[in-house]
Write a protein that binds this ligand. Sequence first.
Ligand SMILES: [Cu+2]
Length: 240
Amino acid sequence: MKFATALLLIISYIAVASAHMAMLWPTPRGGFGTKQYNGRIHAFIGYKDNVWKVRFPCGGYAPGPITKMKAGQTINVRFYASGMRASDIKKQPVLTKSTKQFHQARHGGGMCEFSLSYDGGKTFHLIGRYTNTCPDAYFKWPVKIPSNVPSCTHDKCLFVWSWTANILPQYYMNCADIRLEGSKDGKLPSQSIQIVDFKNRKMNVKELGDGIKHRASTGPTKKEISGNLSGNIPKALKKA
Ligand SMILES: [Cu+2]
């Protein structure tokens, strides 16, 4: 019994050690606290070990807990970092002393995109974007569900976070199952998200970022937040 407990601890330590970043809220498929949680939700699309292969879309996880959303609602997205403990999660998103930060593998930030999918991850409709400093577990990242989107009440309705990292060529996708109360003659945004062609192993795709590896960034700018909340989605940064 004791040995089994020790082994479990070692296994969970390994899972955490190989971790990167994940969406904490809304809770994604395979996310922290779900039945399918195995620590791989943090990893990039294409990551593989003897426990899990992270596949496109949504990491290959089965549907998870459902979050109810409404058109026009602001979703304060939060992220889960590898070095967070339960006590850290509780305190989020408050910055602790800068000398006492938890470890987060931000990979220099990059570009986070947020989208809705009404077909289980076949097509994506962009609803938010943060560039440069995203993701970071020390901040909340407000994303507005457009007020004119149609309802989505079946089992393929998703709120999606995708991330192209800055200092490493890695692409991430976490999907939260949702039910969305929308408008009757609603319309989905036409713009899609960036999808990195990991299938052909074009793994050299990187986005501009802040270069900060493990510590807190400066978070989303006021301009980015107001853009995302007013439907004026910030543009992707141009590469030099
Ligand atoms: Cu990584």
